[in-house]
Design a protein around this ligand. Sequence first.
Ligand code: ADP
Length: 586
Amino acid sequence: MSQATESDVREDGIIESVSGPVVTARDLDARMNDVVYVGSEGLMGEVIEIEGNITTIQVYEETSGVSPGEPVEGTGAPLSVDLGPGMLDAIYDGVQRPLDVLEEKMGSAYLDRGVDAPGIDLEKTWEFEPEVEEGDAVEPGDIVGIVPETPSIDHKVMVPPDSDGGEVTAIESGSFTVEETVVELDSGEEIQMRQEWPVRQQRPSVDKETPTEPLISGQRVLDGLFPIAKGGTAAIPGPFGSGKTVTQHQLAKWADADIVVYVGCGERGNEMTEVIEDFPELEDPITGNALMDRTCLIANTSNMPVAARESCVYTGITIAEYFRDMGYDVALMADSTSRWAEAMREISSRLEEMPGEEGYPAYLSARLSAFYERAGYFTNINGTEGSVSVIGAVSPPGGDFSEPVTQNTLRIVKTFWALDADLAERRHFPSINWNESYSLYREQLDPWFVDNVRDDWPETRQWAIDTLDEEAELQEIVQLVGKDALPEDQQLTLEIARYLREAWLQQNAFHPTDTYCEPEKTYRIMDAIKTYNDEAFEALDAGVPVEELTDIEAAPRLNRIGVQEDYNEYIDELEDDITSELRELY
Ligand code: ADP
C-alpha cells in the first residue's frame, strides 16, 4: 500500500460515530475513495460516501476502542497499490501490506492495528538493465528497462500510464532501489521502478480483444470440454471436500499463465493459513523453480477486518493488470468471491442502505461485473499484448446455486466448472460435473485447437459430448429397468461413455505423469476411445453380441493411457489391438 508522506497529512476531521468497520466523520476535507487515517491510532480507512459535511469511511482494521471526537486525517490520495519489483513471492493482506513485514512488526499476522507497511521493499536493490537509450522518445506505458525479479520472471519497468512521456536524457544500468530514479526525461520527469495505481480504477489499455487462445490447464476435462480463454472468466463453486484446493493448485501450477495472482478472500482462518503454507512449498513444474517466483498471494482470512476483505480483490486485479501491461498472461484466482460479497453486504447494512436480495446490496451485480470486466485479452498502451484471466470461486451456502452471488456470477462469467461433491465421494477426480458445467469459449477457441492440435478436434469433442449426454439420458432408464433391458447399441454406448469418464475425464493430480496432460494427449485419449466406439459399432452391425464387444482384452488398457509418458506409441499399439480383436469377432 502506498504511503502518504507526512506533509500530505492534514488533521482535518472529527469522528462522529463508529459502527463496526464503518466510521463517520465531520468536517473532513476528502474526496470519494480517498485514504484516511482514523482515530488516534491512525487506522487505515477509505472514504465511501460523502453527504454534506459528513464523510463515511470504511476502516480496514478492527475499530474497537475508537470513539467519537478522535481525529481523522485525510491523505488526499485514493486507495492505491505500490507496483514494482518485489511483488512476486510476496504475501499481502487486502490492502497490500506484506504479511511477513506485519508479522515482524506486530509478532502476529492478525494483530495489525495502525501498522502500515509499504507494498514493496523500499530498501532492496534490483539490477536494472536499460531497454532504451538516451535520445529515445518514450510514451506512457513504454518499457524502459528490465529487472530479473525472480529466476522465473523478468520485471519490465514501464513509464507510468499517467506520465507525459518525453525524450530520455539519462538512463543507466546498475543497482537501484525502487525509489531511485532510473530514467530522466527532457520534461524534467524522473522515472522510478515503483509506480502507484488506484485499485478501483482499471489500468488503461488500447483495446480489449476477443480472446482466441485457450489458457491451457493440462486438465483434460477443462481443456477438452470446458476451456477458458486467455483473458477469460470462470467461476468454480467449492463445496467442502469436492477437490477445490487440488483443482486450484493444479491451475496455479499448470495453467500456461506467466503470472499467478491468488486472492484468498476471507475463507475460514485455517483454510487461508493452509494456502499461505502450501503455496510457498509448491514447485513450478515448468521451470523447476519455486511456484512463488511467479506468484503473488493476497490473503485475507475471515478473522481479518471485513473492509480489507472488500478491497482485496481490487488489490489483486490491479497487480494482475500491471503484469498484463508488461505483456504477460496473468491468471487471477479469487477464493472466494462469496466472502467478498458478504463483506460488501456487511458494509452496506452498516450504511443502512436499502437491501436487495438476501440482504446483499442492490449494486452487488454491478460490482461483480465491474470486477470480472477487468479480465480480458488486451493490447496494452505500449503495444504489447497481455491478458488477465479471472477464475472466481463461489461458495454458496449449502451448495445452493440459486442464491444471489452464484446467480449474478453465472450471468457474467463465460465458463462454469461445477465441482460436485457426489463425484468426489465416488472418487471421480477432478470432480467437475460434465453435465452441469459449460464454457461459452468453446467454439471461439476451436480454431486454435484445429491449428495447434488436430483438424478434427471440434468433431471428436462433439462426439464425446454427445456420448456423455446420451449416457446421462440412458442412466435414468437404467435406474428404472436395469441395464440388460436396454437395446444392445445403447448398452454399447454406456460402455464407451464409461471409458470417456474413466480414461478421459478422470485424471490423477498426484500421479507424476497424469497430473499434466498436454492438448495432444487429451485429443489422443478421446480419439482412441472413439476408435473403439467406431469399430465396436461396426462389429455390432455385423451381428456380434454386445458382451463380446465389451469383453475384449485390449479395452481396459484405455484406462492406463493417462499415466503413460510415451503415450503415442502406447496408443498406436492399443488402437491396433482393439481394432484387430474386434475384427476377429466377425
Ligand atoms: P476441498 O478443498 O474441496 O475441501 P480437496 O481439494 O482438499 O477438497 O480434495 C479432497 C481430496 O480429494 C484430496 O485430498 C484428494 O485426495 C482428492 N482429490 C481431489 N482432486 C483430486 C485430483 N484431481 N486427483 C486426485 N485426487 C484428488
